[in-house]
Write a protein that binds this ligand. Structure first.
Ligand SMILES: [Zn+2]
Ligand SMILES: [Zn+2]
Length: 344
């Protein structure tokens, strides 16, 4: 098969790669679409905690079942979205439905091969809960956005986002945009989103109900303070690694507020001083979110394919597998939003 293989930091090449074998109790998948994630860019540029090389990246995958080993409700030809985690199913996090926190988890596109390829082997574990059947007529490129949306569901569940909340989203890239759409879907009272790139700002203004603050403009900070008002926001979701995590950020929260450290903070942005007395008196909660559970992934597929969340506008570049580097540079330039590699 053809696959885009990451061989060393900065070196990814399309090459002939051995076809994966049908795993015992698993399935073989023909990839239809795989979206480029900020984490893929990070892995290409600088590596990642969970990355092992050489590796086929890609964890936002949709495909068509080619073959299944053993008994399964899946059949050849079924179109499915894949939860990229391979969890043990037996540990305490797995048993309390937090399978993204399984200490034995392997993640396709991180420490085993992912979706920027023609074929993918789905292990036995994936077939119990990690494969979501798409309704007929569903667009595979759109369904490829389910995994990042599921990660946002995780972040908003961690921060207990609800209808009465005023939410601040720091960063208006694809993840910030998905957070805004999800918060809207949850009926949040007010959604504020900060961004600097003009193309992204106009897309957000056109397609979301969020109040978009342009931080690159002169009165950016003042405009943000005005949007937040004197009472503060109930929830802050970080959707860029460049959000400075410190006491100043926490001061934007109203009493009872929640901060979700969603984006992995870049070095230099993660060592701020936090006033624990303020956390005590104001009952502030700080939480993190990494990846998504298989349950959240299934919910995301339902939200996208039913049209309850309209996210097709987020796809601003489509390429074939040969054009994967164009998809990566489109994402890297941050001019548009999301690139999807349509494999077949
Ligand atoms: Zn991702
Ligand atoms: Zn486990």
């Amino acid at each position: 098969m053809k696959a885009a293989v990451l061989k060393a930091p900065g070196v990814m090449e399309l090459e002939d790669y051995p076809d994966p074998a049908l795993p015992r109790g698993g399935a073989l998948l023909e990839i239809l679409a795989c979206a480029v994630c900020g984490t893929d860019l990070k892995m290409l540029g600088a590596g990642h905690r969970d990355l092992e090389l050489p590796r086929i990246l890609g964890h936002e995958m949709v495909g068509r079942i080619l073959d299944v080993d053993g008994d399964s409700s899946l059949a050849e030809g079924d179109r499915v979205q894949i939860w990229p985690g391979i969890a043990c199913g037996r540990c305490r996090p797995c048993l309390r439905q937090a399978d993204n926190l399984c200490p034995e988890i392997r993640i396709m596109g991180f420490n085993c091969d992912g979706g920027f390829a023609q074929l993918l082997a789905l292990p036995r574990q994936s077939l119990s809960g990690g494969v979501n059947l798409l309704p007929s007529g569903a667009d595979p490129c759109l369904a490829a956005l389910a995994e990042p949306l599921a990660c946002c569901i995780n972040g908003q569940e961690q921060a207990a986002v609800s209808r009465t909340d005023r939410v601040l989203i720091c960063g208006g890239g694809p993840i910030g945009a998905l957070h805004a759409l999800l918060a809207e879907c949850r009926g949040c009272e007010k959604i504020i989103i900060t961004e600097r790139m003009p193309h992204r700002i106009s897309l957000l203004r056109k397609h979301t109900g969020a109040n978009v603050v342009n931080l690159a403009e002169d009165p950016g900070r003042a405009a943000l303070r005005e949007e937040i008002g004197s009472s503060g926001v109930d929830v802050i979701l970080t959707a860029t690694p460049q959000t400075r995590l410190d006491g100043k950020l926490l001061k934007l929260l109203s009493p009872g507020g929640r901060l979700c450290v969603f984006s992995g903070p870049a070095p230099g942005f993660r060592r701020g001083v936090v006033d624990f007395a303020a956390i005590h008196y104001n009952e502030i909660s700080i939480t993190g979110a990494y990846g998504c559970t298989s349950r959240q992934d299934q919910l995301a597929v339902e939200l996208l394919t039913s049209g309850r969340i309209k996210a097709d506008w987020l796809i601003t570049r489509k390429t074939n597998l040969e054009g994967f580097s164009d998809a990566f540079s489109h994402s890297n330039e941050r001019m548009g939003m999301k690139s999807v590699v349509c494999v077949s």
